[in-house]
Design a protein around this ligand. Structure first.
Ligand SMILES: [Zn+2]
Length: 220
């Protein structure tokens, strides 16, 4: 394969990847060119990284890796290209004044310090004040905040703040349990360690009883 042909094929792949992920570039050749240029830089950098680590970036198994990594990163960060709180805006006016708890929402996120995955489950509870949203909407919202460069603490807070902002409940409580690959695979190497974070608002912050109910339902 000659170089011109090879580079035009590469250009095609990147072009598709960029326009799929950034639909606004359809209308702006300047934005499109900038993104494609960045994509090419990123792929070159991953090639250098492979080389720096001591392998041959041109060998069979690694040749397409820079492109695959770029593509994967755009998936891990899809949440930047939406406002996850908007999922919650589909609400129902139902007379339910008791705790609504969505348990065990699986999520996958990316530690912003090491670009290593962290993943686990989120438990999201609120006590409605007129507005109740669909259970699947809560899960979509969690995914939207997870698919960014994150730290677990911020992810927890963003989820509770979205619930507070859109549903205006009497209280919100979010608990996240996660395992971090940056803790498992390197450094202190605690492969079974998991991290729990929580965020409480309203009634849950004021009343130990409300927190206790949340916790007892979690353990059921
Ligand atoms: Zn980390």
């Amino acid at each position: 394969m000659n170089t011109t042909r090879e580079s035009s094929i590469m250009m095609g792949k990147e072009h598709t990847l960029i326009t799929e992920n950034f639909p606004e570039t359809f209308d702006s050749p300047m934005k499109l060119n900038k993104k494609i240029h960045q994509a090419q830089h990123v792929m070159k950098a991953f090639k250098d990284l492979i080389d720096l680590c001591g392998d041959n970036p041109d060998r069979d198994g690694l040749q397409d890796t820079p492109y695959r990594v770029l593509k994967a990163f755009l998936e891990y960060t899809e949440g930047y290209r939406e406002d996850p709180s908007l999922y919650l805006e589909k609400t129902f006016d139902i007379d339910h004044q008791e705790l609504v708890l969505v348990k065990d929402i699986e999520f996958y996120s990316m530690c912003e310090h090491h670009f290593a995955p962290f993943f686990g489950v989120a438990h999201v509870g609120y006590i409605p004040n007129l507005k109740v949203t669909g259970l699947s909407k809560v899960a979509r919202m969690v995914e939207g905040y997870a698919r960014r460069f994150q730290v677990q603490e911020r992810l927890t807070t963003q989820i509770s703040e979205a619930i507070e902002k859109v549903l205006e409940p009497k209280g919100t409580m979010v608990v996240i349990e996660a395992r971090h690959m940056c803790m498992c695979g390197r450094g202190i190497k605690k492969s079974r360690a998991s991290t729990t974070t929580s965020s409480v608002r309203g009634i849950f912050a004021d009343k130990p009883d409300a927190r206790a109910e949340f916790i007892s339902l979690l353990n059921k």
